[in-house]
Design a protein around this ligand. Structure first.
Ligand SMILES: [Zn+2]
Ligand SMILES: [Zn+2]
Length: 247
């Protein structure tokens, strides 16, 4: 597979659990759908520093997977000065080294902003009016809403869940956790002893504090669980399967 920019051979690699194609000649990187959102800023900086020449060709850029013509991706989640090329066929994204780092810096700043200020989605506008100057250079006011709405920019469940606490009394199991944003939640238990799967709704309406009490789980057995979060647009994200450990 050849680099869309300089036509050198791309190297296949796995960075932060994402399959990528990287060009060590011009420093460009091709990501599968979602990949660019899931690598860390540090990984982006490492990829961007692996290059021999700094050149952007004038030729039409073609997808290394399927030869479709890559087009300039524009969205509120991408700063205006950043160029990301998008394949409509396989949904892959090609980024030049500098643009990759700029994009990840903007994205990290944006997500940190909402995390630090603990801003729930519906009140972004009311808060943003006060902080327009802070936002102006890197963040558009509706960017985060966009980020949530688009499945490809969905935030992973692990990033959402804070302070998960699981305990039991007699035959009852208590689960409580917080989410950064108000979300609907449910939990799926897998009893590996009986091979049973038990699904429980936790928050049927969007909430930040989630609490469940259930007597349906046999905590003597080996139990695995997974938390499923749904945002207001209906996109779902779930945690990895974890073994139930009672504190
Ligand atoms: Zn290249
Ligand atoms: Zn493609």
């Amino acid at each position: 597979m050849l680099c869309p920019n300089c036509k050198e051979k791309l190297i296949e690699d796995v960075i932060d659990n994402q399959n990528i194609l990287h060009c060590s000649n011009c420093g460009g990187t091709f990501f599968q759908e979602n990949g660019i959102n899931r690598i860390s800023l540090t990984s982006a900086q490492n990829l961007a520093s692996d290059l021999k020449i700094n050149r952007i060709s004038n030729e039409t850029k073609l997808c290394p997977n399927d030869n479709s013509v890559l087009t300039h991706l524009q969205s509120e989640s991408i700063p205006a000065e950043v160029t990301l090329l998008h394949c409509a066929t396989c949904k892959g994204i090609f980024a030049y080294p500098n643009d990759l780092v700029l994009f990840k810096k903007a994205q990290t700043a944006k997500i940190d902003y909402f995390k630090i200020w603990n801003i729930p989605l519906p009140s972004i506008k009311s808060v943003a009016v006060l902080s327009v100057l802070l936002f102006a250079s890197i963040v558009s006011l509706t960017a985060y809403t966009f980020l949530q709405r688009q499945n490809i920019y969905s935030i992973q469940a692990q990033d959402q869940i804070k302070n998960i606490y699981i305990t039991s009394a007699n035959r009852y199991l208590f689960v409580s956790f917080k989410t950064v944003l108000p979300l609907q939640s449910k939990i799926i238990f897998n009893d590996s002893t009986t091979q049973q799967t038990i699904e429980k709704n936790i928050s049927e309406k969007p909430a930040k504090l989630h609490q469940l009490t259930t007597g349906d789980i046999n905590i003597e057995n080996e139990i695995y669980y997974q938390i499923v979060l749904t945002d207001e647009k209906g996109s779902q994200t779930r945690t990895e399967l974890k073994k139930l450990e009672i504190k």
